[in-house]
Ligand binder design. Structure first.
Ligand code: FES
Length: 142
C-alpha cells in the first residue's frame, strides 16, 4: 500500500490520541473499566508499559481522578497523581513526578525526593498475571 500524506497525518493523529507513542511527552488519558474496583490491563494491548520509562495514564470509569501506571525496575507501580502537599496534579517528567504548584518531586514509585510534601503518592496494589495482564486493585494499598 502506498501511503499518502493524508494517510500518514491521519495515522499519526490516531496514534497520538491513543497514547501509543512512547516518546511523546503528552499522553492522553486512557479510559478503562474497573468492575469491582479492579483494573485489568493486558500488556499486549498497552505496549507503552513494556518499554523502559513507559507509563500510561488511565481514567477508571465512574471516578474523577486518573491513575498513573508506570513501568519501574522489576515491575509496575500504580499511583494517584494527586500531590500529597495540597492536592495539585503531578506531571510525569522522565524518572520523576513533579508537582507544578510548589515543586514537590517524587520518584516513579511515588516516594518523596523533594518537598514541601512529606508524604509519598498514594499507591495501589498491582499484580502481573502469568497471562501478561497487569491487575490494579483500587481498594488495596500495597
Ligand atoms: S500541591 Fe504539590 S507541592 Fe504543593
Amino acid at each position: 500500500m502506498r501511503w499518502t500524506r493524508r494517510d500518514f497525518v491521519h495515522a499519526a493523529a490516531g496514534a497520538l490520541a491513543s497514547g501509543s507513542l512512547p516518546g511523546c511527552a503528552s499522553v492522553a488519558l486512557t479510559p478503562v473499566s474497573a468492575p469491582g474496583g479492579v483494573i485489568r490491563l493486558p500488556l499486549r494491548a498497552h505496549p507503552r508499559l513494556t518499554q523502559s520509562g513507559g507509563y500510561l495514564k488511565v481514567q477508571p470509569e465512574g471516578t474523577s481522578t486518573p491513575i498513573y501506571v508506570l513501568a519501574v525496575e522489576g515491575g509496575f507501580v500504580a499511583v494517584s497523581p494527586i500531590c500529597m502537599h495540597l492536592g495539585c496534579t503531578v506531571d510525569i517528567q522522565g524518572a520523576r513526578l513533579v508537582c507544578p504548584c510548589h515543586g514537590s518531586t517524587y520518584d516513579r514509585a511515588g516516594n518523596v525526593l523533594r518537598g514541601p510534601t512529606l508524604k509519598p503518592l498514594r499507591r495501589y496494589a498491582t499484580t502481573l498475571t502469568a497471562e501478561g495482564e497487569l491487575v490494579i486493585r483500587l481498594d488495596a494499598l500495597p
